[in-house]
Every structure is written in C-alpha cells, then in structure tokens.
Design a protein around this ligand. Structure first.
Ligand code: ADP
Ligand code: ADP
Length: 223
C-alpha cells in the first residue's frame, strides 16, 4: 500500500485565502488516518490535494513518489464525499460498475455483486438511487469507491449526511472492507468519536493556515 507524502504544501485560493501553509505530513502505508479540526480549517482542501483534484500553490503532494494524478489515472485511488453523487438514471449495480469503466478495468459482474452484498445492499442492485435511503446511498457510494480495489481511499465526511443510528452501522460495517485489504485510507471528519472508531491515527489541524496541532496514535483493536 502507498505512502502519502505532503511536503511544504501551501494552498492559496484565488481570493487570497491561505488554506494551507508549508504543511508537512506523512501518511503511513496500510493505515487509516483521520483528519479532524474545526469547519473551514483546510481538511477538505488537503484531501482534494491528495486526490489530485486541487494543485498545491507551492510544495508537493506525492503518493509513493508519484503525483496523485498518475495514481488516479491507473484507478488506484478512489474518493467518496458526503454527497454520494450517484447517477440517478443508473441502477445501483450500474453506478458501481461505472467506476470500473472509468478506471479502464474490465467489467466484473461478480465483484460488483459481491460488493453490493458486503455493503449491505443485497437485493437493491437493480433499483435507482431515488428509491434508497440516505444511508443506503452512502453504502452504494462506498461500494463504488471500493470496486476498483484502490490502494488509496480518500473519504470526506462519508457518514456526515446520515442519521445517527445509520451512521453507527456504517462506521461499524464499512471500514473493515478496506482495512482487511490493507488499503491506505484518509478520512476527513468533524467527529472525534468517529475518528477513534475508524482510524489508526488522528491528525488534528488548526485553522488558517492549517497546522498540525496534535498527532495521535489510536491503539484500539479495530474490527
Ligand atoms: P465543509 O466545512 O463541510 O468542508 P464547506 O461548506 O466549507 O464544507 O465547503 C463546501 C464546498 O464549498 C467545498 O467544496 C469548498 O471547496 C467550497 N468552498 C468553501 N468555501 C469556499 C469559498 N470561500 N469560495 C469558494 N468555494 C468555497
Ligand atoms: P474544512 O474541510 O476543514 O471545512 P476547507 O478545506 O473546505 O476546510 O476550507 C478551508 C478554507 O479554504 C476555508 O476558509 C474555505 O472557505 C476556503 N476554501 C475552500 N475551498 C475554497 C475554494 N474553492 N475557493 C476559495 N476558498 C476556499
């Protein structure tokens, strides 16, 4: 699994706002790291830079020494955001299989069906997203992120938009799916308790520009 290296990364938005300033951070291979901190402190900016969706103004972000774009092009990196962004005209199964197509991977119906089961959507492969609850859509979005077997998984508040009981279920059931495969994962969350339950390490950022103010090893047996 890949190591993510953030080196002296600075991000200044066109408005002049400096979201990150010479940030250094190394994320360990095969671990799940949670980024926490107050709203607006730069967590999503950092995650988007690791995903190759946002360029650093100066400094570098590399994944095993490569630019994130190269890793993403090979389908080895997957992202899931708070908004599941499923295509409404496609069934759950075809939303998930689209990720294989976009990563130039062969269609693998049995892998898609296996993931549908693993995320707890058995029986819902043929329905469209409008027929699903928020938590079920989030499960579908996680299945779509995992179907390519990414070596690096980037999650931005993936459980943010679901009710508390559903969140408890998702937090218990979904992380083992990437942890057991040894993927490196980064989770942005507002919730320390969620971070403790999911992550091996918690990096706390302070706002404007983001600075690492605490770096905590979580020494709990995770499922
Ligand atoms: P969160 O605090 O949950 O990360 P925000 O409401 O801060 O969410 O941001 C939501 C989206 O709006 C993000 O994709 C971010 O890039 C964008 N955004 C936030 N602030 C600004 C801004 N000042 N100008 C333009 N886009 C922004
Ligand atoms: P967080 O994820 O911790 O809530 P963000 O990374 O979304 O923080 O935002 C960090 C800061 O950068 C905030 O002040 C936000 O308003 C600003 N910001 C985020 N995205 C944009 C954008 N696209 N354009 C301008 N400012 C932005």
């Amino acid at each position: 699994p890949p190591v993510v290296a953030v080196r002296a990364a600075t991000k200044v938005y066109p408005s002049g706002l400096e979201a990150l300033s010479t940030l250094d951070l190394t994320l360990d291979a095969g671990r799940t790291t949670a980024l926490v901190g107050p709203s607006g402190c730069g967590k999503s900016t950092l995650l988007r830079m690791i995903a190759g969706l946002e360029q650093a103004t100066s400094g570098t972000v590399t994944i095993d020494g490569e630019p994130p774009e190269s890793v993403a092009t090979r389908g080895e990196l997957a992202v899931a955001f708070q908004d599941p962004s499923l295509l409404p005209w496609r069934t759950v199964r075809r939303n998930i299989s689209l990720a294989l197509t976009l990563a130039h991977m062969p269609f693998d119906g049995s892998r898609v069906d296996e993931l549908i089961e693993l995320v707890g959507l058995a029986g819902f492969g043929d329905v469209r997203p409008a027929a699903l609850s928020g938590g079920m859509r989030q499960r579908a979005a996680i299945a779509r992120a995992l179907v390519t077997q990414p070596r690096l998984l980037l999650l931005d508040e993936p459980f943010g938009a679901v009710d508390e009981l559903t969140r408890q279920d998702l937090v218990t059931e979904l992380p083992p799916l990437w942890r057991s495969r040894g993927a490196t994962a980064v989770l942005v969350t507002h919730s320390i308790s969620e971070a403790v339950r999911i992550a091996d390490r918690i990096v706390v950022l302070s706002p404007r520009p983001a600075r690492v103010v605490a770096d905590i090893v979580v020494d709990l047996p995770h499922p």
